[in-house]
Design a protein around this ligand. Structure first.
Ligand SMILES: Nc1ncnc2c1ncn2[C@@H]1O[C@H](COP(=O)(O)OP(=O)(O)OP(=O)(O)O)[C@@H](O)[C@H]1O
Length: 116
């Protein structure tokens, strides 16, 4: 139980670090608040809320993983290296792919309601 509590504390420290230090995470948090407010004003079904909350959580979690990859790469080498570039660009690309998918999901959920 003590180990579980410690692991939870470290994870919480990661969340605090990620939200206070990562510019992109701050941007996604602001976007998330706007989407949540829009969802509240538009009126969503239970399933739509589940999808929106899952997408928001995944985007922010992926930003944390991207930041973690950046730090590990910087820890491994300060030199310019093609593998370092590939690792960072792949991690950033993963976030971008999911962000585009999220935007499309948002359009599919919100647009028909706004056009009605
Ligand atoms: N050690 C390295 N070797 C080669 N290319 C690198 C290296 N470190 C970073 N790059 C590349 O330089 C560019 C900028 O990387 P950087 O780490 O500064 O990220 P960033 O875009 O500033 O992200 P952030 O603002 O989130 O820190 C990226 O294309 C990245 O892949």
């Amino acid at each position: 139980m003590k180990t579980f509590f410690k692991a939870f504390t470290y994870a919480w420290m990661g969340i605090v670090h990620g939200t206070t230090r990562e510019r992109n995470v701050k941007f996604h948090l602001i976007a998330a608040m706007i989407v949540l407010a829009a969802g509240w004003m538009t009126g969503l079904s239970q399933l739509e809320w589940i999808i929106i909350i899952a997408v928001i959580g995944l985007v922010i979690a992926m930003e944390f993983l991207n930041a973690a990859v950046e730090r590990v790469v910087d820890l491994v080498t300060q030199e310019v290296h093609p593998l370092a570039k590939q690792a960072k660009d792949l991690a950033a690309g993963a976030v971008l792919v999911f962000s585009i998918a999220s935007a499309i999901i948002g359009i599919i959920i919100f647009l028909p309601k706004w056009l009605m």
